[in-house]
Design a protein around this ligand. Structure first.
Ligand code: NAP
Length: 286
C-alpha cells in the first residue's frame, strides 16, 4: 500500500513511519510539506502523488495552548482533518485520523466504549471532536482511532519529564485524581497498522491495556529507574492549569480486540520497553 502520513515528525508520526515502512511505501508530510490548515497548500502538496491511505497524525496537541486559542486549535484539529478527508475522498483512499480520550467528560467509572456519548470539558477535546465529525461525515472511508496519554521517542511526554526530574533527584508532586491508559506510540502504531490492514472504519479505541493515575504512572517510572526521590500524590486542585482534564478517561479495548484479534500489551510492559530503549537525561545523577 502507498500511505501518506501527516505529522510525520511528531511523536506518533515517527512511530507510524517506522512501523508502516515495513511492507508499504510511505509519503511523509511534516509542516514544511504543507500547513494543513490551508486547503490550497494541501492540494499543491498532493499534486502528482498517489496513495491508497492517509494516516493523519498531525494535530494541535498542547492542551493548555488550545484552551488559550480555541480558534487556532479548530483550524488545525477540525479544518486540517476536513482537508485531508476531502483529499482521501477524491483519491478513493482510506483515511485514518487520530482522536483522543479527552472527548469524554470523565464522569464514568468504567472504561468508555466507542458508543458512549461525548462531552468534552476543554477546548482541545472540543476541537478534536469536531475533527472526528469532519472525518466521519466526509464521505471518505474513515477510521477514527481514539487513544490516550501517549509516550514514545521524539516528542514532549510525561515519561521523559518525570524520568528527567527523577534522574536529577528532584522531589515530585503528581496528581492522583485523573485516571487513564498510558499508551506507547510504538504499540499504537502497531495497532493502527493492524486496523488499516483490515480496512476498519468508524471509531475504535486503541490504548495499551490497563489504567493508572498520573501519580501511579510516575511511581512506576521511578520504580523501573530505581529512583529514590520522593513522589507525593496531590489532587488536581493543587496544580491549577488553564484547561480542565477529565477525572477518568480509560478507553475500552473491546472493539479493538475483536477487530485485531488481541489487545495491545499492558502499559507497564510498554513503559519498561521504552525506558530500556530511552537514552538517559544528559547530566543525570549517577
Ligand atoms: N500526545 C498525547 O498524549 C495524545 C493523546 C491522545 C490523542 N493524541 C492524538 O494523537 C495524534 C498524535 O499526537 P502526538 O502526541 O504525536 O503529537 P505531536 O508530537 O504534537 O505531533 C503533531 C504534529 O503535527 C504537526 N502539525 C501541527 N499543526 C500543523 C499544521 N497546521 N500543519 C502541518 N502539521 C502540523 C506538528 O508539527 P510542528 O512540530 O511543526 O508543530 C507535529 O509534528 C494527534 O492527533 C493527537 O491529538 C495524542
Amino acid at each position: 500500500m502507498r500511505i501518506l502520513i501527516t505529522g510525520a515528525s511528531g511523536m506518533l508520526g515517527r512511530a507510524l513511519a517506522a512501523r508502516l515502512a515495513n511492507g508499504h511505501s510511505l509519503l511523509l508530510w511534516g509542516r514544511q510539506e504543507a500547513d494543513l490548515t490551508d486547503e490550497g497548500a494541501v492540494r499543491d502538496a498532493a499534486r502528482g502523488i498517489e496513495f491508497d491511505a492517509v494516516v493523519h497524525a498531525a494535530a494541535a496537541t498542547d492542551v493548555d495552548g488550545c484552551e488559550r486559542d480555541e480558534e487556532g486549535a479548530l483550524r488545525v484539529n477540525r479544518d486540517g482533518v476536513r482537508h485531508m478527508a476531502a483529499l482521501a475522498l477524491e483519491r478513493g483512499a482510506q483515511l485514518v485520523t487520530i482522536g483522543t480520550d479527552y472527548v469524554f467528560d470523565g464522569t464514568k467509572t468504567s472504561p468508555y466504549e466507542e458508543t458512549d456519548p461525548t462531552a468534552p470539558i476543554n477546548a482541545y477535546g472540543r476541537t478534536k471532536l469536531a475533527g472526528e465529525v469532519a472525518a466521519l461525515e466526509s464521505g471518505a472511508r474513515a477510521l477514527v482511532v481514539r487513544t490516550s496519554w501517549l509516550f514514545g521517542p521524539g516528542g514532549r511526554n510525561f515519561v521523559d519529564t518525570i524520568a528527567g526530574k527523577l534522574e536529577r533527584g528532584d522531589a515530585l508532586q503528581v496528581v492522583n485524581d485523573q485516571r487513564g491508559s498510558p499508551t506507547y506510540t510504538r504499540d499504537l502504531a502497531h495497532g493502527i497498522a493492524r486496523l488499516l490492514g483490515r480496512g476498519a472504519t468508524g471509531i475504535v479505541h486503541v490504548t495499551n491495556r490497563g489504567e493508572a493515575s498520573w501519580y501511579e504512572f510516575a511511581v512506576a517510572i521511578g520504580r523501573f529507574l530505581g529512583a529514590t526521590a520522593p513522589i507525593e500524590p496531590i489532587p488536581s486542585s493543587r496544580m491549577p492549569r488553564p484547561a480542565a482534564r477529565p477525572a477518568y478517561s480509560v478507553l475500552s479495548g473491546t472493539r479493538y480486540e475483536a477487530l485485531a484479534g488481541k489487545p495491545l500489551p499492558a502499559w507497564e510492559e510498554a513503559l519498561h520497553h521504552y525506558l530500556t530503549m530511552r537514552p538517559r537525561t544528559a547530566g543525570a545523577a549517577t
